[in-house]
Design a protein around this ligand. Sequence first.
Ligand code: ADP
Length: 582
Amino acid sequence: MNRITALLEEKFGYRTFRKGQEEIIRAILNKEDVLGIMPTGGGKSICYQLPALVLEGLTLVVSPLISLMKDQVDSLNEMGIPATYINSTLQFPEIQQRLGMAARGEVKLLYVAPERLETADFLELLRHVSIDLIAVDEAHCISQWGHDFRPSYLKLAETIRSFAERPVIVALTATATPEVAEDICQLLSIAPENQVKTGFARENLAFQVVKEQKDVYLLEYLKMNQGQSGIIYASTRKEAERIHHLLKHHQISAGIYHGGLREQERSKNQEDFLFDRIQVMVATNAFGMGINKSNVRFVIHAQIPGNLESYYQEAGRAGRDGLPSEAVLLYAPNDLQIQQFFIEQSESTIEYQQNEYLKLREMNQYAHTQMCLQSYILRYFGEQGSDCGKCSNCLDDRESVDVTLETQKVLSCVKRMGERFGKSLVGKVLTGSKDQKITQWRFDQLSTYGLMKDWTQKEVTQLIDYLTAEHYLLPSEGQYPLLSLSSEGVEVLLGKRKVFRKQATVKQLVVDDDLFEELRALRLELAQEQQLPPYVIFSDKTLRELAEKQPQTSLEFLQIKGVGQNKLEKYGERFLALLQKR
Ligand code: ADP
């Protein structure tokens, strides 16, 4: 076995490299700069953590994600790898102490935010330490064409250029269109041919677009997937609060995270989520950057985000451990207006805004496409993909129901009511309600009154939502949009176009067996003892393999993915005791 594979096994407990890892590691050890583009959960960290062990000097990890640092450093220390971080959460004496450790060579890795490279203290340190490798995490932040540009990253490029002896640079990102990748290479002076791209496909993620009633779907989904960890994203604080309230009302264990909360509250909620004390986190996009909780089983977007880059990145927080997980987008046409509003409000150039509108349109088309959802995303990032076989479009082989007739009833009712009313009143007319408003407006005189008497009001409004999502009906702006017919809708009315509909279903993700639950409980106990998030001890994937293989000896235990020497020593005994009992 060669040296780096041996290290992979000894320190990280993995037998084989994932796609791209070995190539990137070898490039680094050959002193070549490299840009690695790997999907979330693809295993980017090992690409610099492993070389850090081999290289003599320090590995500087630049990451914009302060919340990630502690977690990463805890994980490394757990594996017996000396590492530390410096960021604004620390007091001055602590920073000095850690800088000292780095200068004396007591740590192999030092994590810092890009801003740190602008401080005098730090630049002074750089003069005294030999830095062999700089890992630039979330490297897309350096590009203005990316969706998350950070000016401090440009400074970083400057600092790197000012080094007397240039360390090896490894830039890593999970989201880069070809233009962004080119930009990263240029700004960090990485030869464009030194790109390792493993493909964006997340094979363990099943994408779904759901256009039915959000709240009903959400509650049903959470009921079906009780005990699984997940994130629910909303576009606004207000909507996050609303959903959080809704879940609490239904006794679902949920926390909330958004920029409007006090720092203290945010970090408490985040910790509760990381430590599996709460099941679901309801959040705005302020949450998640740097959350590397590996056992997130689902990410649900309760509202459409502004672009596919953000969507893929946020959705990609599900299933980092490689186990089957879901990414669900709940689509409602009105949510697009929120994103439009954000763009209008942004104080940026017209050119930038137009680019944002374009991105939003692509995002919207994702919600409407009939093609494989994973392939659609890959195509957006300039990659070819074959059908994933598990997204809601690929699985949509249930017979589509021809709802042309029902659609015609709805559309003709909307038309006869003058295209001046919202879905609830249209629903009332169609179901023949005796509501006062109906008689007041004399809608009971319409030929469409009571035309769908055998449907419930709710069923009709769901159909209306669907027809709106499919662009047969156009909603006006505002909270209670008025409906009018689109040109496609008119075609349906004229009998020139048919309408098909498939219902969304909710299924259970994984059936946990008893042993897995016992292992999970033990992990939680250990995590509480050590004040660590459970997944830092072992990932769900490792637990699952333990439950399947049921190792009985230390040697067998070591064969499990995710178990290295250090973890064997720390936890082997307790886990083996549990496994041997069975
Ligand atoms: P990324 O930063 O690319 O999103 P991480 O570096 O956090 O991904 O890795 C995701 C998960 O995959 C982690 O739990 C990590 O331990 C695991 N992992 C990384 N490399 C391997 C490997 N070669 N074999 C098995 N699991 C791996």
